[in-house]
Design a binder for this molecule. Structure first.
Ligand SMILES: [Zn+2]
Length: 738
């Protein structure tokens, strides 16, 4: 028995020893040789957030034609630090990417890049660095910081009349009451703006308001210092595999020579500069078709050694399928698809949506810990914006305005096409000649200008509605008249004129009579009611200007001369869209609809989120007044004496009004306009076109804009299948058979 137990104990002891040995070995392996694999995951953990990108919505026209959308594209990039043999990689990629092999070799082999060490260095420092510049270790870059203007307000002197305040608000693109808080401020000067462009600065100065100072910020010469790795001594060390390692060191002597550069600045970390010298990322091709990206991915899988460091990224790119049509109006986006100008900017928020994220808890090794709950906030994708615009009518408008700007050698031209029945905007055209800067904003919204004589039908309608006169009331035009201290002229001595004749002939004298008869208060009331001095809301503040009446007496009232001139459209500024809204009241039985650009907003699956409500329009005039004035405008084009005969069409019965103005108190620019609509009996389309500074031709609204407006109306109405007038046959059928 003893022997049995002894053997058994010995056996157990040996087993224990063996087991203990295994455990010991395993522990040594775990804790000494590979400790990183066995760190306690519950002790070190963190969250990793994955962005769930919201997809940007599309912009569609009223017929569902896509104006702007995001497309999935591929970009092909490389990390040159990981490329083993640039020439071999280039040879493989060149046939697919259709890029010269030598270009690819250069890009893939580009391991170093120049690094900006310091911007804005003094002349003394530049002098001390000259030896390094001579050795081409450093490169100097001279540039000028662009000049802009600052606007200062001296609060104690800045006590503008309500009208002056409004005028300033128009120029600055802000609400007048935003300027209120500046008046009477005790501080000596408050800088209201520091980044005014030259045009706005000039306009502010021309307002001549006391308590304002416009000062040009000087354009400043700035020297930047770059480190050129090609000349700086960079040591590349081969690693064990014989491949260039991604690290390099700057020659300590070069680093020491740079000391004068850091005067007055923090000395950067040498390692950081060395890291920045390495080119970690180059694009070989951006935003190419997704199929090409897939082909490159397949190639990388086939040749993982040769194409190490080459990668394919999928991203979204904004595309404009209608080509050049409405291109300026749509505006542009930055690389992150954030709208910077045009409709992309106006609708950016609606189109963009909100990114979501997924938050996972991961262990120290980066593995998700499954028993932890992950947090998921899904992305809210951008909406589809269905506009009221029609890209075909937009195209007609762009063609006509572009041709006019070219033919008459003008600075710019604009056109608004809308449906006066419901306020839908069908086209917003904005053309600038090559000589003139392309505007950042949509000029139909952003520029307030003197309408000139196209104001007359609106003032006549106000006078009729106020009961001050009737269409056939008689007046007399002597060609000239004195109001206050000013002598005001008509284009000619018209003699006896009725109110209707005055619209047809564009007679200033009758309008002066009506304006003075109505008086300042009633004119103000009608301008306000017609929305001429407020925004339409098509653009946000800063994108849309609001109108204003300038130059008043001390007590904020208009002088008699001002009352007289605003009646024929001088000394008042308003925008093209505000004018179209006001005209719609005349063509829609006296009811003024709200102008709008959006028909509906949809989700990506097509569900309608918001629809523009049917709009009866705000009553402004009686139906009788609207009918009477639209008949007068019909005679402007139809009558043999009318000023708008150049807009007459054999296809449609057109009505309208001409206008010419030399812009008041701003640029002294000549702006000519024509407002046209058709068919006269049942207006379906309203077109307002203005051209700035025509240098060729008769330089009048009728000659510069009349034929173009007729062309836009004819083409658009035919496209909309509006039946044309029965054609007067060249030989009447009745006469053919005697
Ligand atoms: Zn006259």
């Amino acid at each position: 028995m003893d022997a049995y137990y002894q053997t058994r104990t010995a056996l157990l002891a040996r087993c224990f020893l063996g087991l203990a040995g295994v455990v010991l070995l395993r522990l040594t392996w775990m804790q000494v040789l590979h400790p990183e694999r066995y760190e306690n995951p519950t002790r070190i953990r963190y969250h990793r957030e994955h962005k769930l990108a919201a997809q940007k919505g599309e912009l569609l026209d009223r017929e569902g034609r896509c104006l702007a959308r995001c497309e999935l594209v591929a970009s092909i990039a490389a990390n040159p630090q990981q490329v083993v043999d640039a020439a071999a990689a280039a040879k493989l990629l060149a046939p697919l990417l259709r890029v010269p092999q030598s270009d690819l070799t250069a890009a893939l082999g580009r391991r170093w890049r120049q690094v900006l060490l310091r911007r804005d260095v003094t002349a003394a420092v530049v002098q001390q660095l000259q030896p390094l510049v001579d050795r081409k270790v450093l490169r100097l870059e001279r540039s000028t910081v662009a000049s802009s203007f600052s606007l200062y307000v001296f609060g104690q002197q800045f006590l503008p009349s309500p009208a002056d305040r409004q005028a300033l608000a128009v120029v600055l693109g802000c609400q007048p009451d935003e300027l209120d808080r500046l008046s009477g401020l005790p501080a000596t000067a408050v800088r209201l703006r520091s980044d005014l462009d030259a045009e706005s600065a000039k306009r502010v100065q021309q307002l001549g308001l006391t308590g304002l100072l416009v000062q040009q910020n000087p354009g400043r010469a700035v020297v930047s210092v770059w480190l050129q790795p090609s000349a700086a001594q960079i040591i590349q060390t081969p690693n064990r595999e014989g491949v260039m390692t991604p690290w390099a060191t700057l020659d300590p002597a070069v680093w020491a020579d740079l000391t004068p550069l850091w005067q007055g600045a923090e000395v950067p970390d040498k390692g950081g500069v060395e890291a920045r010298l390495r080119a970690p990322f180059v694009y070989l091709q951006r935003e190419v078709a997704i199929e090409l990206g897939d082909a490159v991915t397949a190639l990388i899988q086939q040749h993982p050694q040769e194409l190490a460091g080459v990668s394919v990224h999928r991203e979204y790119a904004r595309r404009y399928p209608q080509g050049e049509v409405a291109r300026g109006l749509l505006g542009r986006c930055d690389v992150d698809e954030h709208g910077l100008s045009g409709l992309e900017q106006i609708f950016n928020q609606i189109l963009s949506g909100v990114d979501g994220y997924r938050k996972v808890t991961v262990s120290a090794l980066g593995r998700p810990i499954l028993q932890e709950r992950e947090e998921l906030v899904p992305a809210v994708h951008g909406k589809l914006v269905e506009l009221t615009l029609d890209s075909v009518i937009q195209h007609y408008g762009e063609q006509a305005v572009e041709a006019a700007v070219k033919e008459f050698d003008a600075d710019w031209g604009l056109a608004v096409v809308c449906n006066p029945r419901n306020g839908e905007v069908l086209a917003l055209v904005d053309v600038a000649s090559a000589k003139y800067d392309v505007p950042r904003n949509i000029r139909c919204l952003a520029t307030a200008y003197e309408p000139g004589s196209i104001m007359k039908p609106l003032v006549v309608a106000s006078a009729l509605e106020a009961g001050y006169c009737e269409a056939h009331s008689g007046y007399y035009c002597g060609g000239r008249r004195k109001v206050g201290s000013a002598s005001l002229n008509c284009i000619k001595q018209h003699g006896p004129e009725s109110v209707a004749d005055a619209v047809r002939d564009s007679c200033n004298m009758v309008l002066i009579e009506l304006g003075l008869g109505l008086g300042e208060d009633r004119l103000r009331h009608w301008f306000k009611k017609l929305g001429l001095l407020s925004r339409t809301g098509l653009g946000q503040a800063g994108q849309e200007a609001c109108g204003g009446v300038f130059e008043h007496t001390e007590d904020g009232h208009w002088t008699p001369q001002k009352v007289a001139t605003v009646s024929y459209g001088k000394g008042i500024q308003t925008t093209a869209v505000a004018l179209c809204r006001a005209y719609s009241a005349l063509l829609n039985g006296g009811r003024m609809p709200e102008l709008h650009l959006v028909r509906r907003l949809r989700e990506r699956d097509g569900t309608v989120v918001v629809e523009h409500p049917a709009d009866q329009g705000t009553p402004v005039f009686s139906a009788a007044t609207a009918r009477a004035v639209s008949e007068m405008m019909h005679q402007v084009v139809a009558d043999r004496e009318g000023t708008g005969q150049l807009a007459r069409s054999s296809l449609y019965d057109i009505g309208g009004k001409t206008g010419t103005s030399v812009e008041y108190r701003t640029h002294g620019q000549r702006i000519v306009s024509f407002v046209g609509y058709a068919p006269a009996k049942d207006p379906q389309l309203l077109v307002l076109m203005s051209v700035c500074e025509p240098r060729e031709g008769a330089r009048m609204g009728a000659s510069t804009c009349g034929p173009a407006v007729r062309q836009i109306l004819e083409q658009s109405l035919q496209y909309l299948n509006v039946p044309p007038l029965p054609q007067a046959p060249s030989s009447a059928p009745g006469e053919a058979t005697p």
